[in-house]
Design a protein around this ligand. Structure first.
Ligand SMILES: Nc1ncnc2c1ncn2[C@@H]1O[C@H](COP(=O)(O)OP(=O)(O)OP(=O)(O)O)[C@@H](O)[C@H]1O
Length: 284
């Protein structure tokens, strides 16, 4: 059964009673994932995921390969429709919304494999995220009216601002396909930020980066958090995860086996077993 064929059922109670759930002193969560389930035929890709995420908080979602991390992200960002459960963003259920509508509500994301318009310039790639919000009148666009030119100038200026913010230092008129991998990653984050998200989901942002690029990424994620944006990242680099996260959620076979501070998660016997099990499996 494909994801599109799955249906939305009633919201069930939270599962995994042994999972530690931090409270944020009465603050309202920006994202609430409630007993989220996603099946692909017989495979339970996501099996009862429940968590809240807050503005200005960095959460990492970790777990062995195939644990359901990307499937969960795809449900949250509207690419997959969950089999059951609910996802509230800014108080509104988003499980039936299209990815483009979810972006407009303020959820930005990047992908495991960088997705850019390869034959467009860097600055134009970033501008595409703004056009989702700014609707230019078609006659203004055809006639290149002063209004159209003013809005376009503003978009270019804003795009440059975001490129500066992420530390992009090459020519902004290069084609995306001409960029080294690390710069593509930066530009992808600039584009996600240009949609003015309240929350940013990053799928393996450190994959393929060298040591110094990872240090830059850590600083950048902190700057994004400091702007009040909630950050949720999927990451396999444990050094980066433990360094940067306020909370870590651990998935195994679609189930949430831990939710706590990096220290709590590091000492959790179920987490240790899940990772040791994965390593043993890889060796055999
Ligand atoms: N489109 C799909 N069709 C069928 N099964 C899928 C699909 N996408 C994921 N799965 C299955 O769902 C499970 C969870 O996969 P998912 O990619 O979400 O895991 P992950 O934790 O993101 O893994 P990784 O760390 O390797 O990216 C796996 O068993 C996977 O084979």
């Amino acid at each position: 059964m494909s994801a599109e064929e799955t249906s939305v059922a009633a919201v069930g109670p939270a599962t995994a009673a042994d999972v530690h759930r931090p409270q944020m002193d009465g603050r309202t969560p920006l994202l609430s994932v409630r007993d989220l389930r996603l099946r692909f035929g017989g495979v339970k890709a996501v099996d009862g995921l429940t968590f809240d995420a807050y503005p200005g908080e960095i959460i990492s979602v970790i777990g062995p390969n195939g644990a359901g991390k990307t499937s969960a992200f795809n449900c949250i960002t509207g690419f997959y429709r969950p089999t059951s459960g609910d996802i509230l963003f800014d108080g509104e259920s988003i499980i039936r919304k299209l990815p483009s509508s979810i972006v407009k509500l303020g959820m930005g994301r990047t992908f495991q494999n960088v997705r850019m318009f390869r034959e467009m310039t860097v600055v134009d790639n970033v501008k595409t995220a703004m056009h989702a919000r700014i609707s230019q009148n078609v006659f203004d666009a055809i006639l290149h009216t002063p209004r159209y030119r003013r809005v376009e100038r503003q978009c270019v200026e804003d795009a440059r601002g975001w490129l500066d913010f992420v530390g992009y230092s090459l020519d902004e008129d290069l084609l995306a396909s001409q960029l080294p991998y690390g710069e593509q990653r930066r530009v992808e984050i600039a584009r996600a930020l240009a949609s003015q998200p309240k929350m940013l989901l990053l799928d393996e942002p450190a994959a393929g980066l060298n040591h110094s690029e990872k240090q830059d990424l850590i600083a950048l994620i902190r700057r994004i958090r400091d702007m009040g944006i909630g950050v949720v990242l999927i990451e396999h680099d444990m050094g980066l995860v433990m360094n940067i996260s306020e909370r870590v959620i651990v998935l195994n076979f679609g189930r949430e086996i831990a939710d706590g501070t990096p220290d709590e998660v590091r000492r959790n016997p179920q987490v240790i077993e899940a990772y040791l099990g994965a390593e043993e499996g890889e060796e055999s």
